[in-house]
Design a protein around this ligand. Structure first.
Ligand SMILES: [Ca+2]
Ligand SMILES: [Ca+2]
Ligand SMILES: [Ca+2]
Length: 396
């Protein structure tokens, strides 16, 4: 036990020492997002606070929103000098890039100079899209020496990613191990899920390889001879000065993926007799998507952008069958983990004609006795006097 504890604390210490920067995007203060380890704070233009992968994140509108890191001298002396390291980010892009269209998550490079291909002349950029690449994710180093633009290093995902969905990407690079890429905590390899467009996995290239470090942006990049803006959300961007191990990548993933909670308010009874639409409500934490499920079928799916700790949702009476319905409210976090709670909603209108009357009583009497049927409102396996009492109480 002692050895284990010592090992864990040694690992933690090693990890903390290696952290360079962390943009949590948890809050915006005076138009700025703070970066606590090196003070590489970002100036917000347009981007707004939204529910991110871990608590607050930034939403970019795809028109003119960007975050620009202040203090490029500090950037150049720290991140900009790294020859080895790790980049990690959570993102959700909401726009499917067209031809010569990109969605840039992270950009370090020149501010306004274009190559003959219409790209930046000098940059390291993490983006979705490319020439006609559509929804593939790229991590690309573009380098121009005098007249010659070259791309020494560029990987992309082989598969297209999806709009409206959160992803976690990590790219590590070191002289010893070359480059390793993880998507949602799964290492992806060349020739199956990863494509090396330029360079290969044995190569080590990092931010120190960008020769022209004029700007560090989130949500903006250079492509097609213009500035291009990101539409969607970005959160928890981190850069380390060393290549994280697979275990450390997992820790970073779990730091976000393990967080979430959802419950229906204890004020809502366990079993409710309902004839009309009913509002369920409760509290939650770190939920990006809410799903209302009635009897194992999803009847409502909605993205959550709110950072409030309370939620509410209307259950449409038409979604309920006669008798007992299991109504489950499921919250998904950015890693697609589910946090949920449920109630039983009892619809007493057995004849499904919008009123509870003598016909429902007759229907109930017709199912009297042991049965697994709609009229067993109490769910005890038989239709008897308690079920009749519930029906009479709901008489309209
Ligand atoms: Ca965050
Ligand atoms: Ca009826
Ligand atoms: Ca019963």
């Amino acid at each position: 036990m002692l050895i284990l504890t010592t090992t864990i604390s040694a690992l933690l210490t090693a990890q903390i020492d290696s952290i360079q920067t962390h943009w949590s995007f948890d809050s915006i203060q005076n138009g700025m997002v703070t970066e606590n380890s090196l003070g590489l704070n970002g100036e917000i233009e347009g981007a707004t606070l939204t529910q991110g992968a871990l608590h607050g994140g930034l939403y970019f509108d795809g028109v003119d929103d960007v975050v620009t890191v202040n203090g490029m001298n500090a950037v150049r002396k720290t991140l900009g000098s790294l020859q080895e390291g790790t980049l990690s980010a959570w993102f959700r892009f909401d726009h499917n890039p067209g031809f010569m269209d990109i969605e840039t998550i992270f950009y370090l490079g020149c501010a306004n100079e274009f190559s003959s291909y219409g790209t930046s002349v000098n940059a390291f950029e993490l983006e979705v899209g490319h020439f006609s690449a559509q929804r593939r994710l790229y991590w690309t180093l573009i380098s121009t020496e005098e007249e010659q633009t070259s791309v020494p290093y560029c990987w992309s995902t082989t598969e297209h990613l999806n709009t409206g969905k959160w992803y976690h990407v990590v790219s590590t690079t070191s002289q010893e191990l070359g480059t390793r890429v993880y998507l949602n905590n799964v290492e992806i390899y060349d020739s199956t899920d990863l494509t090396w467009n330029f360079g290969d996995e044995s190569m080590c290239r990092f931010l120190g390889d960008v020769t022209d470090q004029e700007v560090l942006w989130f949500g903006k990049g250079l492509w097609n001879n213009m500035h291009q803006y990101y539409e969607g959300a970005i959160d928890e961007v981190r850069v380390w000065s060393n290549a994280l191990s697979a275990e450390e990548v997992e820790q970073e993933y779990e730091r976000v993926a393990s967080v979430g909670a959802l419950s229906i308010s204890p004020k809502v009874q366990d079993e409710l007799v309902v004839q009309q639409d009913v509002q369920l409500y409760g509290s939650f934490d770190n939920i990006v998507k809410l799903v209302l499920r009635v009897n194992d079928e999803d009847v409502l799916v909605q993205q959550n952008n709110s950072l409030e700790s309370n939620w509410s949702i209307i259950v449409d009476a038409n979604a309920l069958s006669a008798g007992r319905n299991e109504v489950r409210v499921r919250g998904f976090n950015a890693a697609n983990r589910i946090f949920d709670d449920s109630r039983i909603l009892i619809q007493p209108d057995l004849t499904n004609d919008g009123v509870v009357d003598i016909n429902d009583v007759l229907s109930l009497l017709g199912q009297w006795g042991a049965c697994d049927c709609a009229a067993d409102f109490t769910g005890n396996g038989s239709v008897e006097v308690n079920d009749l009492l519930l029906l009479i109480e709901a008489w309209s």
